[in-house]
Design a protein around this ligand. Structure first.
Ligand code: PLP
Length: 395
């Protein structure tokens, strides 16, 4: 007899996966070059050469037992230290290895934060639509709930009135994601300051800590004219969940971390609790080889310049055709309004042109669609006339 909860979850099929499967079928019929898959957020640029060089060097030169061995639960000490020093150089923080906890990507970092904070089914993490759909699963796994504040669709920025009304005694954290998947929107310094001020006040009123969880896999993908503020500088009870999946183009190697500053209220207990939460996720430590490789590449990114180019061409192209879209400040997604109320119907219509895009319903924001542009630029140039034909159908 299987777990009812898990059987239920297994039935909630992934819309993105369905679209991906459709694309594979169509590619067999019309040729892969004629299918325009803008559904998946997989980086399209290779990792820096140094990543492979270090991996090869380590495999050839270092102790083969250590390189494939278990690491300590919190991660390899020198790697945590290298990350701490890199952050100190960039953001004038005062981290040491004690402030960094290595995780299996941002996904596990988030799962661990949820489990560390949530106590009972009434406990909640508040987030803002549109949001990464897996947040629901992390909340479910931790036995709590995700409370979603509806999108402020004119800007996709935080609606502070709605947040003010939502925070209550069950609120354990507010989860933000900037640059955002799926809207690409970046929160300004003023926004982060306002969020910090609101939560400082609420913590006092309610009488317990409310954390900001800042989910930052896209921190390094930020466009001209935009800046991503470093949230711990504004609010001491911040848990940064970071990933090397997008910055170094290493999504399959599964390395990320949680950073928390020593001034956080529960600092002494947090690290042991992260270890306990990782055990509940049934994993012991992050794969050793790629932790160590990343430790040697902490100040690098893949060549992310293609995303700026793709954003410029795609965003301007769609807006010129009449699509309504908030300009992204980072990440590699556009989130235009569907020209009909039912975004699912619009995505079906797009399939006629072999344009594969995802309805915003999956991200808690009906009426919008996510267009992922981590693809070679020529794919966008070839797809733009098809987007034009598509919107012409509505005129
Ligand atoms: N958070 C957001 C907003 C994401 O878009 C993703 C992946 O696409 C993740 C977290 C998980 O990333 P990781 O590969 O580091 O687990």
């Amino acid at each position: 007899m299987l777990s009812k909860e898990i059987v239920e979850l297994s039935k909630q099929h992934s819309v993105i996966r369905d679209i991906f499967e459709f694309g594979m079928k169509r590619a067999k019929i019309v040729g892969v070059e004629n299918v325009f898959d803008f559904s998946i957020g997989n980086p399209s640029v290779p990792a820096p050469a140094k990543v492979d060089e270090e991996a090869i060097r380590m495999l050839q030169e270092e102790d083969p037992v250590a390189i494939h061995g278990y690491t300590s639960n919190a991660g390899v000490l020198e790697v945590r230290d290298a990350i701490a020093q890199s952050l100190n150089r960039r953001f004038q923080t005062h981290y040491t290895s004690a402030n960094i906890f290595m995780t299996i990507g941002a996904a596990a970092a988030l799962g661990i934060c949820f489990r560390t904070l949530i106590d009972n089914p009434e406990d909640e993490v508040i987030t803002f639509a549109p949001y990464f759909p897996e947040y629901q699963v992390y909340a479910q796994g931790a036995g709590g709930k995700l409370t979603v504040i509806p999108a402020e669709t004119s800007s996709f920025q935080i609606d502070f009135n709605k947040l003010e009304a939502a925070v209550n005694e069950h609120t354990k954290a507010v989860l933000i994601n900037s640059p955002n998947n799926p809207s690409g929107v970046v929160y300004s310094k003023e926004t982060i300051q306002k969020l910090a001020d609101l939560l400082e006040r609420k913590q006092k009123e309610i009488g317990h800590s409310i954390y900001i969880i800042t989910d930052e896999p896209y921190r390094e993908i930020v466009y001209r004219g935009f800046e991503v503020p470093y949230v711990p500088k504004y609010y001491k009870n911040t848990l940064v969940t970071y990933s090397f999946s997008k910055s170094l183009s290493l999504p399959g190697e599964r390395v990320g971390y949680i950073a928390v500053q020593s001034e956080a209220e529960d600092f002494e207990d947090l690290l042991p609790c992260f270890i306990a939460s990782a055990r509940l996720l049934s994993y012991v430590s992050v794969p050793a080889l790629y932790q160590k490789v990343i430790g040697k590449c902490v100040d690098m990114t893949a060549d992310l310049s293609i995303y700026q180019k793709n954003k410029d061409i795609f965003y301007q192209g769609l807006v010129d055709m009449g699509y309504e879209c908030v300009e992204p400040g980072g990440a590699f997604y556009l989130f235009p309004k569907a020209p009909e109320a039912d975004a699912g119907a619009f995505c079906e219509r797009a399939k006629k042109y072999d344009l594969l895009i995802v309805p915003g319903d999956s991200f808690g924001c009906p009426g919008y669609v996510r267009v992922s542009y981590c693809v070679p630029t020529q794919r966008i140039e070839k797809a733009l006339p098809l987007f034009k034909q598509l919107i012409e159908e509505y005129k």
